[in-house]
Design a protein around this ligand. Structure first.
Ligand code: ADP
Ligand code: MG
Length: 559
């Protein structure tokens, strides 16, 4: 028997679990069932695609066994099992996906919240157990292993001869204390309702022995206890259900069950398409930016199922980069199970699905913008930048699709406006869409260049994000109106008289201007008299297409 220490991060998480005062300890069951289902997904897929494995649908199930005498609750699955390495790797360290690994310091309070919203996988069993035993045997393995831990320092591993491939997790329940009732996890009725509540749409049967009163026989009406194995869950995946039957809560629960994010979904869409390609999909717009969104670790993609069988956890080809924040699942009966990552990109069905999904997301966002402005702005605060990158990238190939989803802060309303709104209320004599760039709204407000434009009664869009101006340069126009920086040299907003006067002044002060230019020696291209300045003595202005702000960004870029 080998004794091993938990990895440091696991220890902290475990400590939090063992001492958890989190009220919904029951979610441990959801976590263990979801792991069992994942494991069956893996073997099910193998069995379907590998001729050497015999396939029998009835062989794939999850079984729940409470034992009052031993105070244990056992969760058995016929999934893929774990090898010794996998046991150590998966249960000795925090799995990447469902974990706190990203947080260096987690305080108890925060921890409670994370447990609630997210579940924390296997370790959550230590909220209710003072010891957990795992028996497991991996596919194609002759022997099995026993893993055991009290959730304190470490765990033990030893060989164990287990019948059949799969995993058996035995929860040794804590003793009841004060307000904590652990006995409920031994009770058939409460177990049944927990499974219904959290795991109803698991696609494999979750079986349990249930004892019910039944007539003794057809002739004898006397009621006696009869115990029989029942399948507790309805097994219909949520995406196959009718939208009308589902509530917001159901979608939220699925988001959590799938660990799509630590947050709540801001909005969801449930799609069922029956055309050139058939598929069902549930897509979520998260509320918050994932913590690793702008890092290398972030992977976009949707879970891809072929007729209910998981074939890929993150299918990137289903989402364009500018919608990479979308999470969710797609299930299509038109996909081959044997599809590989390489073929996937070429696959006609996948392309059709991707196109369709993109359109659905785009329409969903548009209707959100129209019908729930507050929500849309919340979305835009988090992910608007991604849309602007979308306009800019691929040489502007997607700009038409995205331009109406953009919002910018405006001088008029001091809030976010769309380009459509801007153009609709332009005064008749206004030809261009004006914008100003700067570090902050405050800074922009103080720019001398904005004065004259504002005086004319024109609205100015404030660009504080580096990508703003690049995106706009890619758009060039919106509704035939060109974008123009208030700092550009040729605003041409003066009336004839002012212009004439300016010409005159220019002649008069020619020597002074030349002198100034010489003194500034090479630091500026030119020094000009400008009629556009009102209460400021001087301003900087860029010539040509590249603004001063853009120049700054370009200069920071590596060559
Ligand atoms: P996650 O499910 O998010 O990966 P968990 O902590 O729930 O994180 O599980 C950690 C890992 O342990 C899983 O990824 C899986 O590899 C393995 N595992 C857990 N339960 C089982 C099981 N019943 N059968 C096979 N592997 C399992
Ligand atoms: Mg899990």
């Amino acid at each position: 028997m080998e004794k091993k220490q938990f990895q440091a991060e696991s220890k902290r998480l475990l400590e939090m679990m063992v001492h958890s005062i989190y009220s919904q300890k029951e979610i441990f069951l959801r976590e263990l069932i979801s792991n069992a289902s994942d494991a069956i997904d893996k073997i099910y897929y193998k069995a379907l695609t590998d001729e050497n494995i015999s396939f029998n649908k009835e062989d794939y199930y999850i079984r729940i066994e409470p034992n009052k005498d031993n105070r244990t609750l056992t969760i058995k699955d016929t999934g893929i099992g774990m090898t010794q390495e996998e046991l150590e790797e998966n249960l000795g360290t925090i799995a990447k996906s469902g974990s706190l690994a990203f947080k260096k310091e987690v305080d108890m309070q925060e921890g409670q919240e994370i447990i609630g919203q997210f579940g924390v996988g296997f370790y959550s069993s230590f909220m209710v157990a003072d010891k957990v035993t795992v028996y497991t045997r991996a596919l194609h393995s002759e022997e099995g292993y026993k893993w055991e831990s009290d959730g304190q320092e470490g765990y033990t591993i030893e060989p164990y001869s287990k019948e059949g491939v799969g995993t058996e997790i035995i929860i040794h329940l804590k003793e009841n204390a004060d307000e904590e009732n652990y006995d409920q996890f031994l009770d058939e009725f409460s177990l049944k309702s927990l499974i219904k509540k959290y795991s109803d749409f698991i696609r494999y049967p979750i079986k349990m022995d249930v004892t019910e009163k039944q007539p003794k026989s057809e002739d004898d009406e006397e009621l006696v206890d009869v115990t029989e194995e029942q399948t507790i869950n309805s097994m219909v995946p949520i995406w196959r259900k009718n939208k009308q039957e589902l509530k917001d809560e159901d979608y939220k629960a699925f988001y959590q069950e799938k660990h799509f994010g630590f947050d709540q979904p801001l909005s969801h869409l449930h799609v069922s398409v029956d055309g050139m390609v058939r598929f069902q999909s549930i897509l979520y717009i998260p509320e918050q930016l994932p913590f690793n969104y702008y890092s290398q670790d972030f992977e976009k993609g949707l879970e891809l199922y072929s007729n209910g069988v998981l074939i890929m956890e993150k299918c990137a080809d289903l989402l364009p980069d500018y919608f990479s924040f979308v999470r969710g699942i797609v299930d299509s009966e038109d996909l081959s199970l044997n599809i590989s990552r390489e073929i996937l990109q070429q696959d006609r069905q996948v392309k059709l699905i991707a196109k369709n999904i993109e359109k659905k997301i785009s329409n969903h966002l548009k209707s959100l913008l129209k019908n729930d402005r507050e929500k849309y702005e919340k979305f835009f605060e988090a992910f608007g930048r991604q849309l602007k990158y979308g306009v800019y990238s691929d040489f502007g190939a997607n700009k038409d699709k995205l331009q109406d989803l953009l919002l910018f802060y405006s001088s008029n309303e001091r809030k976010l406006v769309s380009l459509k709104e801007y153009v609709e209320r332009m005064p008749e004599d206004q030809e261009h869409i004006y914008y100003a760039t700067g570090e902050s709204h405050d800074r922009i407000e103080k720019l001398p260049q904005t004065e004259m434009v504002k005086d004319k009664g024109y609205e100015i869009l404030y660009f504080t994000d580096e990508v703003d101006e690049f995106a706009i340069k890619m758009l060039m126009k919106y509704d035939e109106k060109e974008f123009k920086s208030v700092s550009s040299g040729d605003l041409n907003l003066e009336d004839e008289e002012t212009k004439k006067e300016a010409e005159k002044q220019k002649e008069e002060h020619k020597d002074l201007l030349t002198e100034m230019k010489e003194i500034l020696n090479g630091k500026v291209n030119d020094v000009k008299l400008s009629p556009r300045l009102k209460s400021h003595p001087v301003c900087l202005s860029a010539e040509g297409d590249v603004s001063i702000e853009m120049e700054k960004v370009l200069r920071q870029m590596p060559d």
